[in-house]
Structures are given as structure tokens and as C-alpha cells.
Ligand binder design. Structure first.
Ligand SMILES: C[S@@+](CC[C@H](N)C(=O)[O-])C[C@H]1O[C@@H](n2cnc3c(N)ncnc32)[C@H](O)[C@@H]1O
Length: 220
């Protein structure tokens, strides 16, 4: 078992966590504890991530929470260590979250964490996104660090409900990736993507998100 200490949030991180998780902050702390211990033991994240677990991982993902529709269905593709899926399921108990992840070891860990935290708004689907299109229809599809947009759009867009949207966490290459993905975006009848910075008022480094809405069938 890892000896890595679980990091206390800095003052700024605590303020952001209180705002994003509200009364479910103890669950977010439990998630961070898992990431820093069992998550590292299972090889989901490297030990060097421990000091930045709040800022770079959990809060960086949780800033998407206010963007989710009330009571909506959300699917997180390539959930891995539950990022952003579990951070969002904790912050927004009103949404139903489906974590889509093909790797058995990761699915086992996600199941352990969901059971340990007692989260009742999470379904874990073991499979590749392209193989579960019959099972999932989401108002919002999220993904972080799964692939470049050109490949990610064909993986995520088929999971969207008619007026749904993709919220894809990206880095500095977002604009470049959008150019390369233009053909896929047209093929899946999506609107023009927008690059947005989320959490500017909460985080030292806000999160870059590519938002892409689906064109409803009635408009196409
Ligand atoms: C680099 S990890 C990122 C994990 C997590 N989203 C994060 O940000 O820490 C990429 C994850 O995507 C998953 N993945 C790869 N291809 C996939 C596919 N076609 N459908 C669903 N998940 C996929 C992998 O198994 C892996 O867990």
C-alpha cells in the first residue's frame, strides 16, 4: 500500500471545493483520499500527482458541475480514475452519471470507490464508447484525456440525446484540435464548437473546455 500522505487543500482550493461540493465536501475528500491511496496502488495515477490532486484533478473537473442540466443524464467517456465523472457525480447528486470505461482493473476500482462513498447516482458501464451506443443516451457527454478531438467526436457524439452537448476538457491545443476535427463535427451534425474557460473565479488555473452542441433533429 502507498504511504503517500493525503494532501490538505490550500486555502484557495478549500474555498473552491466548498463552493463546488457544498454539503457533499466530505464525499469529495473521500474521493481524494481514494485517488491518493488505492488509486495510486492500482496504477491509475502516478504518486507525483498527490500534491496536486485537488487543483489539477478533482477541482479542475468539478468546475463543469454548474454546466450540467438539473436532473440530467450525463455520460463520462474513458472515466479512468473517475475524472471527471465521479467528481461531477459527487458535486451534482441530482444528475444520473454513467461512467464508460473498458479496462477491467479501472472498472473494479471505480466500483470499489462508488460503493465505499455510497454514491447512488452512478452507473458503471464496462465497454468502449463505440460499443455502448445502444445503451446510453445522455444530455451531456464529458471526457478528459481520452484522445484528440478528431477521434473523440466520433466516440462521444453518438451517445448524445437530440439536444445534448459535449463538454470536453482540453488543454492549450483546443483551438488547433477543433480545426483538425472540422470534418467529424460536420459528419455528426454538431454546431460550431466553443472554447470556454471554466472556474476562472475559483481556480489558479481555470479549466479549458470545448463545448459542442448537437443540432436538434427538428433544425436539421
Ligand atoms: C488517459 S486515461 C484518462 C482517464 C480520465 N478521464 C482522466 O482524465 O484521468 C484514458 C482512459 O480512456 C479509456 N478509453 C480509451 N479508449 C476508450 C474508448 N474507445 N471508449 C471508452 N474509454 C476509452 C482508457 O481505458 C483510459 O481509462
Amino acid at each position: 500500500m502507498t504511504e503517500a500522505p493525503v494532501p490538505d487543500p490550500t486555502e484557495q482550493e478549500r474555498r473552491a471545493a466548498e463552493q463546488l461540493f457544498g454539503e457533499r465536501l466530505p464525499l469529495a475528500e473521500g474521493f481524494v483520499r481514494h485517488l491518493c491511496t488505492t488509486g495510486i496502488d492500482h496504477g491509475l495515477l502516478g504518486p507525483r500527482e498527490v500534491p496536486r490532486m485537488w487543483s489539477r484533478h478533482v477541482l479542475n473537473c468539478a468546475v463543469l458541475a454548474p454546466e450540467l442540466p438539473e436532473g440530467g443524464d450525463v455520460a463520462d467517456v474513458g472515466s479512468g480514475a473517475g475524472l471527471p465523472g465521479l467528481a461531477l457525480a459527487i458535486a451534482r447528486p441530482d444528475v444520473r452519471m454513467s461512467l464508460i470505461e473498458p479496462m477491467e482493473r479501472r472498472v473494479d476500482w471505480l466500483s470499489e470507490v462508488v460503493a465505499d462513498l455510497g454514491l447512488d447516482n452512478v452507473d458503471i458501464i464496462r465497454g468502449r464508447a463505440e460499443d455502448v451506443t445502444d445503451e446510453v443516451m445522455a444530455d451531456v457527454v464529458t471526457a478528459r484525456a481520452v484522445s484528440a478531438l478528431k477521434k473523440l467526436v466520433p466516440l462521444t457524439a453518438p451517445l448524445l440525446a437530440d439536444d445534448g452537448q459535449l463538454l470536453l476538457i482540453k488543454g492549450r491545443s483546443a483551438a488547433e484540435e477543433i480545426e483538425t476535427a472540422a470534418k467529424a463535427i460536420r459528419r455528426f451534425k454538431l454546431r460550431a464548437p466553443a472554447v470556454e474557460l471554466l472556474g476562472e473565479d475559483l481556480l489558479e488555473e481555470p479549466t479549458t473546455v470545448v463545448r459542442i452542441r448537437r443540432v436538434p433533429a427538428s433544425d436539421s
